[in-house]
Design a protein around this ligand. Structure first.
Ligand code: ASP
Ligand code: MG
Length: 439
């Protein structure tokens, strides 16, 4: 069985929902379909919660009413029979009454997560109703019965596998199994989520749990591009990526995929295909266990990076030094993206500056600390194994004119990263496209 995930824009209007329904039923094969909330809805739910945190129930109330009107408007467009218009209207009214009930009483992060979950609950009910009206043998399975996180807020994979298999086995013979992306329960059984953009993660977790034939992530771009199409011209989709290459690209800025979602698919050996709802015949990008030798695949950039340097004239890198430095970052729950060392100094980059002041204060015990903001990590991904001479040189050559603050090579066989100023991001990406892909 295949697992297909459709993002917010792919179910963003009643017409797009109909297109998705046509797409998933065309070949008659059974599948699991994971849906996001309609585009914009999760953002609105975040705004509603924000009003409630700020004790402004009127603000929340008016946003809920606006959202309700929008959804009620979709009903006439999506369904053709009075029966399903009626059923869906009743469902939506219950949903919005439920949302309105949060405008009274205590509001905590627990209530916020319940509110955030409604976007996916609504979209999946709407699409399931549409399929049922069209005579498709479809069923809605609640992600809250399948996806759970553990005490570290990480997916509890054994539980997920057991429950997903159990849900499918208990409901045999359906053509389409619809479920919600993003939402889950946590270790305490409360409603929670896999963080923004988490629907991809749900699809990969389910795909891995049932050892699917393939996981398909449907968006509105033709696969992963070899450079950022918003910044550089003449980018082209990459046809194939090795799991690790895709993970690096997703982490370092390729917006098309949730950064951690590749891991479960990789462990289960299930290929992930990125496809375009607007061009369903296009080949997209396949991510699998094959490593294509001798090619550089793509470039991506991660913004809002801060670089921290620690310099000392003493024997700085005496043993135990790096441990002390890393411990400081660990204490403040701040993860390090890049690291470069020399005998007299070490530089690291972070993207979360919440605890920067405290980190800086503690680092001062060990040397002179410098901080540079507005930096950007540019990462080149492909076959960059040591024995492949010349590949890293090509990447470096492209940057002849650009002041590079850090270079990281050799951390894995698939990546070389450069730290440059954010102001130099565009010309860095352009230079790499020109040199590496003749674009
Ligand atoms: N609806 C959620 C969000 O907007 C999850 C997702 O779409 O992947 O972040
Ligand atoms: Mg997404």
């Amino acid at each position: 069985m295949k697992v297909l995930k459709f993002g917010g824009t792919s179910v963003g209007t009643p017409q797009r929902m109909k297109d998705v329904a046509a797409l998933i039923t065309a070949d008659g094969q059974p599948k699991v379909v994971v849906l996001s909330a309609m585009s914009g809805t999760t953002n609105t739910l975040v705004e509603i919660s924000d009003y409630l945190y700020k004790k402004n129930p009127e603000g929340a109330y008016s946003l809920i009413n606006q959202l309700e009107q929008k959804y009620l408007g979709h009903v006439a467009e999506l369904y053709s029979t009075d029966e399903w218009r009626g059923r869906t209207t009743t469902f939506l009214q219950e949903e919005f009454n439920y949302l309105r009930s949060f405008t009274k009483g205590l509001f905590t992060s627990f209530e916020e997560k319940v509110i955030l979950a409604q976007g996916e609950i609504i979209s999946t009910n709407m699409v399931t109703n549409y399929l049922l009206e069209s005579g498709v043998n479809a069923i809605l399975l609640s992600a809250l019965d399948m996806i759970r996180t553990d005490k570290n807020a990480e997916p509890d994979f054994n539980y997920i596998r057991e429950c997903t298999v159990a849900q499918l086995t208990a409901n045999p013979g359906y053509q389409i199994y619809i479920t919600q992306g993003f939402i889950c329960r946590n270790a305490y059984g409360e409603i929670d989520n896999l963080l923004r953009g988490g629907s991809d993660y749900t699809a990969c977790l389910i795909g891995a749990a049932i050892e699917a034939e393939e996981i398909q992530i449907w968006t509105d771009i033709d696969g992963m591009h070899n450079n950022d199409p918003r910044v550089v011209e003449h980018t082209v989709p990459v046809r194939q990526l090795y799991f690790e290459e895709a993970a690096e690209l997703a982490y370092f800025g390729a917006k098309i995929l949730h950064p951690t979602c590749i891991q479960p698919a990789k462990f289960a050996g299930v290929p992930v295909r990125l496809l375009n709802t607007l061009a369903p015949q296009a080949p997209g990008t396949i991510i699998n266990n094959e490593m294509q030798r001798g090619t550089i695949k793509a470039v991506a950039a991660k913004d809002n990076i801060t670089c921290i340097g620690i310099q000392s004239s003493r024997m700085l890198l005496a043993h135990g030094f790096l441990r002390k430095v890393f411990e400081i970052f660990e204490t403040y729950k701040t993860s390090i993206d890049m690291i470069c060392t020399s005998e007299v100094g070490v530089s690291v980059t972070i993207d979360n500056t919440t605890n920067l002041r405290a980190i800086k204060d503690e680092l001062k015990k060990y040397g002179t600390v410098s901080v540079e903001h507005d930096m950007c990590i540019v990462c080149v991904v492909g076959d960059l194994a040591t024995q492949n001479v010349g590949f890293e040189t090509r990447a470096c050559n492209a940057l002849q004119e650009i002041p590079v603050r850090m270079i990281s090579y050799g951390g894995s066989n698939h990546n070389i990263s450069f730290l440059v100023k954010a102001a130099d991001k565009q010309r860095t990406l352009q230079a790499l496209s020109k040199t590496l892909f003749n674009a």
